[in-house]
Design a protein around this ligand. Sequence first.
Ligand SMILES: Cc1cc2nc3c(=O)[nH]c(=O)nc-3n(C[C@H](O)[C@H](O)[C@H](O)COP(=O)(O)O)c2cc1C
Length: 200
Amino acid sequence: MTSILAINGSYRKGGVTDQAVGAMSEALRAAGADVEIVFLREYPIEFCKNCRECTQPPGNVPGVCVQKDGMQELIDKIEKSDGFILAAPTNFGSVSAVFKRFMERLVCYAYWPWGKAAPRYRKKEVPPKKAVLVSSCAAPGIIGRLFYTSGKDLKAAAKTIGAKPVGIAFTGLAAGVPGYRLSEREQAKARAMALKLLKG
Ligand SMILES: Cc1cc2nc3c(=O)[nH]c(=O)nc-3n(C[C@H](O)[C@H](O)[C@H](O)COP(=O)(O)O)c2cc1C
């Protein structure tokens, strides 16, 4: 069975991100996939300490962090999954802080020994998995996609964990009313995009 891991960086229960990830998960489960949703807002992840211990050992498996929190469990889930939904709302033009904190901890996916100016992606030579990306913003979607970095941030997270994005569901004009509900059309688009994870 294909196993999909959704990593959700929204602060808001039932918000736009939860709805999009929910629609995607339903479609994937209906198609026979196993889906687990990780809500970063509930996950015990500390800030990266920038000690770079995890980046020192060579190889294509993630290095081990000196901090003993929930991150290792999350990395084990990432390593076991066949594909991903990576989701975060656009806050101040980029992914939410809780998603950024998670991203910084993904430094264990880099081989970056002391003396090297730049890291090497550990998953670079490994066949890529697939990811779909999810974001939303108050501005029109086209503005969000062109001028905000949330899409790029999510792409960077996908690349780091060894996944190739196959689509982005970016909902614009998503903050005009409290409790914005995704339209049927937006939900259908999210469902169709998620199913790309199971193709090929
Ligand atoms: C702190 C904060 C910063 C935001 N920054 C932006 C922004 O820079 N541009 C924008 O278009 N929308 C911005 N928004 C609106 C959110 O992107 C939008 O409400 C999003 O759909 C929230 O997702 P959620 O329902 O999963 O919480 C911001 C909202 C908050 C609370």
